[in-house]
Write a protein that binds this ligand. Structure first.
Ligand SMILES: O=C(O)CNC(=O)[C@H](CS)NC(=O)CCC(=O)C(=O)O
Length: 268
């Protein structure tokens, strides 16, 4: 199975963000013929104010981004793990991933569990819970015979979620993100590799890059695919674009058989 991770710089213009995502998906499909294309966190809208972020939230299935990604998946006959979108849910939103299959049909929905309420070194503070509420459900879906686990951005810091994904059978874990430059430079690849090694799974992480508005941080980029041995096999580097890698679930199974860490847990 071939995976493409897309790297974007979404801004506070939803129509343009959807057009950018669509262009990058088309380009990845033309260049690499992937089975699955992954978009970054909140590819639909970054920056703005709390009010404008809420105002641009999607309702499913009639939202603009939902319909555009569903139609594109069907047109290109490719599976799309559509990063995340703010999903209107009363006062606040969920930060939600939707996965579309090659017919454009929704096959999975995951709502970000861990919210980024953090003071980042260097002075930027984030209060994601101003706009978002947290999801509850751990989600693994079947993609043409491969089990795919869902996580989003800050979830990366919570290995117990990844352990649950592994316990539910995940062989590939997909993580759309908007990781900050300040944290990403020292933590991003390290944590992604750690999660891949611990769960003996492939990890595909699609990220935002560069700045999003005046008040907001820079994003780190470096969308990556990591193999279950912890080796980086694709990297979008420091630019808008995409990168692809072939994943082999049998390789994950081989590693699991040779080093059966899942059977060796003694601390609950
Ligand atoms: O709010 C938006 O517009 C898009 N979403 C994000 O940027 C989210 C929530 S604020 N960012 C993270 O989770 C960064 C995590 C991170 O950087 C770390 O764990 O170090």
């Amino acid at each position: 199975m071939k995976i493409s991770v897309v790297q974007m710089n979404s801004q506070d213009d939803k129509a343009k963000n959807i057009a950018d995502a669509s262009r990058l998906i088309r380009s990845a499909v033309e260049q690499d013929s992937p089975d699955l294309v992954v978009l970054p966190e909140t590819f639909t809208y970054m920056g703005g104010t709390v009010e404008s972020r809420r105002a641009h939230a999607e309702t499913f299935p009639d939202g603009e981004a939902y319909r555009a990604m569903s139609a594109l998946a069907a047109e290109l006959k490719v599976n799309i793990h559509a990063g995340s979108m703010a999903e209107a849910a009363g006062e606040k939103c969920y930060n939600t991933t939707i996965v579309f299959n090659r017919e454009g049909k929704e096959i999975a929905r995951y709502r970000k569990i861990h919210l980024f309420d953090v003071n980042v070194p260097g002075g930027n503070s984030y209060l994601e819970s101003d706009t978002m509420k947290r999801g509850e459900e751990v989600v693994v879906y079947d993609l043409e015979g491969v089990k795919v686990g869902c996580a989003i951005c800050y979830d990366l810091r919570f290995p117990e979620l990844f352990r649950k994904l592994r316990d539910k059978g995940a062989q590939l874990i997909v993580l759309p993100a908007a990781f900050t430059l300040q944290t990403g430079k020292d933590h991003w690849e390290q944590l992604l590799c750690a999660r891949a090694i611990e769960t003996q799974s492939y990890v595909a992480a699609s990220a935002q890059i560069f700045g999003h508005d005046e008040g907001r941080k820079l994003c780190f980029g470096h969308s990556l695919v990591i193999d279950p041995w912890g080796v980086t096999i694709a990297d979008c580097s420091d630019r808008i674009g995409h990168a692809s890698a072939t994943i082999d679930p049998d390789y994950a199974e081989q590693i699991r058989k040779a080093m059966p860490v899942a059977d060796h847990h003694v601390v609950a």
